[in-house]
Design a protein around this ligand. Structure first.
Ligand code: GRF
Length: 208
């Protein structure tokens, strides 16, 4: 059974997609052990409560220094004894020590086809604003392992989404979530939970 912690900062629609996929049997062999947020007001924490999943707040505001926050976050995660950490809209920089400890055991959902529109400063609506500003005809989402860079780890899954005439950043964001993010993240977790993903020479291999 894959023990999973999901880290969130906002509305939690990706978390909800994971919860629903487990309930629907689209994700097997997986237990959501806890949902962790930096943001006390994150609706994702309500979604966790509603689903009977432990909700944990570890907020930088509660610690005197960034180092103390990192220490508390790492201790909290270690105490959960998880196999996989899922970043689902988690907007705080992950401590490098955590990435070392959980190498190729942290995944992230990014709302673009990496390497487009990613890296520092590309998050949330900013990604879609940049895509519309460039005038691309295809966008999408990417699930990748987290390494010490920003959106630079081995790519696990990607899914393309059409840009439509008249799209606003908000409309495009919603389409990417509905058509890509909410499908890819559960699929990636299911693949990992069933031992079908490995990393060879910095690239993923998806085994049938
Ligand atoms: C999503 O757009 C995701 O791609 C990005 O942050 C947003 C999280 O949304 N990483 P939600 O909290 O899952 O609704």
């Amino acid at each position: 059974m894959l023990r999973v912690a999901v880290m969130v900062s906002g509305g939690g629609t990706n978390l909800q997609a994971i919860i629903d996929a487990i309930n629907d049997g689209k994700i097997t062999n997986t237990e959501l052990v806890a949902v962790i947020s930096n943001n006390k007001g994150a609706y994702a924490l309500e979604r966790a409560k509603n689903a009977g999943i432990k909700d944990i707040l570890v907020s930088p505001k509660d610690y005197g220094t960034r180092e103390e926050f990192h220490k508390a976050l790492i201790e909290t995660i270690d105490s959960l004894n998880v196999d996989l950490i899922v970043l689902a809209g988690y907007l705080v920089v992950i401590p490098l020590e955590l990435i070392d400890k959980y190498e190729n055991r942290i995944i992230n959902i990014h709302p673009s086809l990496i390497p487009s529109f990613c890296g520092t400063g590309f998050y949330g609506l900013k990604v879609h604003e940049a895509a519309l500003s460039r005038g691309v005809k295809v966008v999408g989402a990417t699930v990748h392992f987290v390494d010490k860079g920003t959106d630079t780890g081995p790519i696990i899954l990607q899914k393309a989404v059409e840009v439509e005439q008249g799209d606003t950043p908000e409309i495009l964001q919603r389409r990417v979530m509905e058509q890509a993010e909410w499908k890819l993240l559960p699929e990636a977790i299911n693949l990992i939970a069933n031992g079908r993903v490995s990393v060879v020479d910095g690239k993923t291999v998806i085994n049938s």
